[in-house]
Design a protein around this ligand. Structure first.
Ligand code: FMN
Length: 217
C-alpha cells in the first residue's frame, strides 16, 4: 500500500467485527514493529497477544469491574506523574467536543465502545520493564506506531487505547506477564465494523504552524 494511504487509514477504530485475525499476520506485523528505533537498540518492549477465549475473559472481567464502579489503575499512572499542560489539555477538549458534535450528543456509543474494549478480536499488550527511563516510554511509542502502520498495510484496523490497560491485574490473570513489567499500552486489532457510526468520526490536527518553529540563522 502507498505510504500516504496507510497513514490516512491509520485511524482509531472503535468498533470491530467478530472476524478473526490470523496469527501469521500478527507475527508479520510484530516483526515489522521490531524494526522500530530505540535508545542504543535497547528494544525494551515485550508483547503479549490475547486472542479467542483470552480476549473474551479479559473483556468480561473489565466489564464487571467497570459496572461495579472501579477506578482505573493503569501501571503507567503508578510510575509517572499524570499532569497535563494547557496545550494538550485544550486539544483533548477539542477532540471531545467534535466527537460529541459528530455523534449528535450520543456519547453513549463512545462509552460503550470503551467498556466493550471496542469488540476487538485481538488485544496486543505492550510492556516495558518497570525499571525504565523515560526513553523506554518513547521507544514503546515508536514500536506502537510501526505496529499500527504495518497492521494497516496488512489490511487490518487498529485501536490504541489506555482503556485496554486500565485493569492490569485482570490482564495478568489471563496473560503471563511478569510483575516487574509495566503494561504500558493496549492496541486492539481486527476488521472495522463499517455499519458503526462511531467509526465514521475523523479527528483533525492543529495547524502545523501551531506546533513548529524553524530557525534559519
Ligand atoms: C496513548 C493513547 C491512548 C488512547 N486511549 C484511548 C482510549 O482509551 N479510548 C479511545 O476511544 N481512544 C483512545 N485513543 C485514541 C485517540 O483518541 C486517537 O488516536 C486520537 O483522537 C486521534 O484520532 P485518530 O487516531 O483516529 O487519528 C488513544 C490513543 C493513544 C495514542
Amino acid at each position: 500500500m502507498d505510504f500516504k494511504e496507510v497513514l490516512d487509514k491509520e485511524r482509531a477504530t472503535r468498533k470491530f467485527t467478530d472476524q478473526r485475525v490470523s496469527e501469521k499476520v500478527i507475527r508479520e506485523i510484530l516483526t515489522d514493529a521490531q524494526r522500530s528505533p530505540s535508545l542504543l537498540n535497547s528494544q525494551p518492549w515485550r508483547v503479549y497477544v490475547a486472542m479467542g477465549k483470552a480476549v473474551k475473559n479479559i473483556r468480561a472481567d473489565f466489564k464487571e469491574l467497570i459496572e461495579k464502579g472501579e477506578q482505573p489503575r493503569e501501571d503507567f499512572a503508578a510510575l509517572m506523574k499524570v499532569e497535563w499542560d494547557t496545550f494538550p489539555s485544550q486539544n483533548m477538549s477539542t477532540m471531545s467536543d467534535t466527537l460529541n458534535y459528530f455523534l449528535r450528543g450520543e456519547m453513549t456509543q463512545f462509552d460503550e465502545a470503551q467498556v466493550n474494549l471496542f469488540n476487538a478480536p485481538v488485544l496486543v499488550f505492550l510492556t516495558i520493564p518497570k525499571k525504565s527511563p523515560a526513553w523506554s516510554v518513547y521507544d514503546l511509542g515508536t514500536f506502537s506506531q510501526t505496529l499500527m502502520l504495518s497492521a494497516v498495510d496488512h489490511g487490518l484496523c487498529t485501536m490504541p487505547a489506555h482503556a485496554i490497560v486500565k485493569f492490569p491485574d485482570v490482564i495478568r490473570k489471563y496473560m503471563d506477564i511478569p510483575d516487574d513489567e509495566a503494561i504500558g499500552m493496549g492496541i486492539g486489532l481486527g476488521y472495522k465494523d463499517k455499519r458503526a457510526s462511531i467509526n465514521g468520526y475523523r479527528s483533525k490536527r492543529v495547524p502545523l504552524d501551531k506546533i513548529v518553529k524553524f530557525a534559519k540563522e
